[in-house]
Design a protein around this ligand. Structure first.
Ligand code: UD2
Length: 311
């Protein structure tokens, strides 16, 4: 069994990752500054004697060093981040601190204390508005937001450290992640989290555009499993891979699942498409299968039904 340090452990993806690591028998040290993470997400993890939580800001230099020196983790899963593209546009300086500098601090903590592996939360945002689908890891990267740029820069920082200092680095390029604990609070939150809340409240949802836009929606349970594999599977090499399903789902299909489960909720309304919205996004999943042996298992309908049951 391994000891894994998870930054951003109280977040949406972090808390599911901690839960799955614990379920697999590993020890977990979670680090979070609770800027966007929530203690309630860790209710299950905190009940485990193999889980420890440290409140700390990884974006401040040196903040991880004493923890890493004490815990001596086998791997760091670095998920702490500024998670909103819109916030990165409103506040590029904060994006730089939380999404670039913090990554460098993680890489340095790993180098200084001999951590052998880092798993990093990258994003499909590094590909920008690529239109040649499905998106492969060989697709040209051209970020169109400070957020996407920071994720791409972080990949480079980590892979550079990895090559120079003998650290295995896995960059996980998540597509549209959805599932329990995703925060629907902002208008720019993941569309499924917004729709889930509105249907539960009995309110009509709004589709921006005709609803025929598609996304590669991946369940957070699959994403957490991909993180566990990347952090703990023996004998894997450094690299980057899409973490996606390889299947496109239209927004109309998503609304269809909700509306069948909530027949009393008024029909959805339509508004103008969001400026800058990409119409189609779809990842190729073969690289993650080859490098990690990972394939997504939760189809969108099953994942939506889980949310609806929890509602
Ligand atoms: C995703 C990521 C973003 C960035 C981007 C890169 C999320 C939450 N966002 O943005 O971080 O990586 O991909 O391409 O994963 N929509 C509605 N009604 C609503 C809200 C949204 O119709 O109330 C539409 C929206 O206009 C878009 C689709 O739903 O066409 C998906 O929107 P999103 O914000 O969940 O995710 P996306 O793909 O724009």
């Amino acid at each position: 069994m391994a000891h894994i340090l998870v930054t951003g452990a109280a977040g949406f993806i972090g808390s599911h990752t901690a839960d799955q690591l614990l379920a697999a028998g590993h020890d977990v040290t979670g680090v979070d500054n609770f800027r966007t993470g929530r203690r309630a997400n860790l209710a299950a993890a905190l009940a485990s004697p193999r889980f420890a939580l440290v409140e700390r800001d990884v974006a401040a230099a040196g903040q991880l060093n004493d923890i890493v020196a004490r815990v001596r983790p086998d791997a760091i899963i670095h998920l702490a981040a500024l998670v909103s593209v819109q916030e990165s546009i409103a506040n590029p300086e904060l994006n730089y601190a939380l999404n670039v500098q913090a990554t460098h601090h993680v890489a340095e903590a790993a180098r200084l204390h001999g951590v052998r592996r880092i798993v990093f939360a990258s994003s499909a945002a590094i590909y920008g508005d690529a239109t040649d689908l499905p998106i492969r890891e060989t697709t040209a990267t051209h970020p169109i937001s400070p957020y996407g740029a920071a994720k791409l820069a972080s990949e480079a920082l980590l892979l550079g450290h990895g090559a120079a200092f003998g650290i295995t680095v896995r960059c996980q390029r998540y597509f549209n992640v959805f599932g329990p604990r995703q925060d629907p609070a902002s208008p720019y939150s993941g569309v499924i989290s917004i729709f889930d809340r509105r249907y539960r409240e009995g309110k009509a949802v709004t589709i921006f555009g005709d609803g025929r836009q598609t996304r590669d929606f991946i369940s957070v349970h699959d994403v957490a499993r991909a993180n566990v594999i990347a952090a703990t599977k023996p004998g894997i090499d450094s690299g980057a891979a899409n973490i996606c399903t390889g299947r496109a789902t239209t927004l109309n299909d998503v609304v269809g699942v909700f509306s069948r489960s909530y027949p009393a909720v008024p029909a959805c309304t339509h508004a103008a498409a969001r400026t800058g919205d990409i119409v189609h996004s779809l990842g190729a999943s073969d690289a993650a299968a080859a490098a990690l042996g990972f394939r997504a298992e939760v189809d969108v309908e099953t994942g939506l039904q889980e949310l609806i049951r929890l509602g």
